[in-house]
Each structure stands twice: as structure tokens, then as C-alpha cells.
Design a protein around this ligand. Sequence first.
Ligand SMILES: [Zn+2]
Length: 230
Amino acid sequence: MKDNSESLPVVDIFTDGGCEPNPGAGGYGVVLFHPKTKQRKEADGGFRKTTNNRMEIFAVIAGLEMLKQRCGVTVYSDSQYVVNAMTKWVPGWKRKGWWLSKTRRPENVDLWQRLDALCQTHQVEFHWLKGHAGHLENERCDQLAMAALRNPNLPADYGYENRSQNDSVRPDMQEGDGCYKCSTPLMKQAPRSKPKRGYYYEFYLWCPKCQATYQVESAKRAVKEPSLLL
Ligand SMILES: [Zn+2]
């Protein structure tokens, strides 16, 4: 996957996050390591109320946000949730405009979007590391996270505390939006089927590449019932 035409500074980022209880006070710990210069940096932080998974994601965000220039990064996380999301799930979520269904967004969508943007800036590979298995940097991240969540006066994780604001309804698709399957801009097409009793669709959206079709609410029109007297 690495693009060899570009020689970027190389950084390893080790991350861990946790909560006590879950949900509850949470902390994250990060170790940045430059294999060439042997430079090593640590960072940590916490929130008064959050979740284990959010702290695992946030640890990676905090690590990447410390980089001052575009880097080639290998992230080592002991969270299968983070590694699976970034290697398997996020591309599909993005194609669907970060919606799982008409009324459901992926959990922690605010953090996934932030992390995804950082992965556009940097060239990032994700590796899963077995946690609490004696890996020194992973153990150190765990220590940092656990110490951070015990700090008094932790700030709010607004993305968690105001998470109900994410619950809404997916906006209707428009002409020109990306196909959920292949991201090609959608086109309007005239319907082939006859109007159903009561309503019909004035147009539907069609993908010129993979031929997927999408019915949209904004195209729905009421049919006037013919008068029985005529
Ligand atoms: Zn398509």
C-alpha cells in the first residue's frame, strides 16, 4: 500500500485508551517514535465522561495531530474496533455519506470523520497489537491513559455528551451525489413503471457506471384520483 514515489518521514504511533467505568471517566495515551532518529514523544489526556471505544479512537487522533508535516505512519493499536473500522468499515461508511441506514449513523461518527481526515493528510497503516501482552510501548500507553483518567477537572467529550445530536434523518439523495456502491455521480432518470395508485415518482436516481437505482422521497408526487363522474 505504501507509495514509494514519495519519501515521507516515518513515524510509529502506539496508542491505548480506556474508561473506568465504561462509560465513565476516560483517558488515552500515545507514544510517537521516529525509528530513524530514535526520537520519542508521549502524550495523554482524558475526559470526564466518555467510552472505551472513543478513547481508543481518540488516542490515534491525538497522535496524528501531533505531527507537524505529512508523514508515513504506522499505528499500533490494541483495539480491534479501531483497526477493523479503519481498514474495513470506513470506506463503506464514507460512500454512504456516513450513514448506516436512513436514521442511523455509525457510532462515534464524529471521531471517525476526524480520524479519516487525518488519514488523508498522512499516509497511515493500522496494525493490531495484542494488548497487555508485554509490549513495552503498549504498556506505557495503558499507564498514561489510566493516569490521565484519574486527573480531577477533566474536560467534557462533547461528541459523547451531545451524541443525541447525531440522531437525525439522512438527507435525501440528490442528482450528482455519489453512488453508494461505486461513488459515481448519480443522474436523474424518468421512471419506467406506471404511476401507482395514490402516488408516483417523477424521477429516480441512476448510476451510469454500476446501474444502481435509488428512489428518492423528493421525487414522490401525489396522483389525483380521477373523478368518478367523468
Ligand atoms: Zn454505482
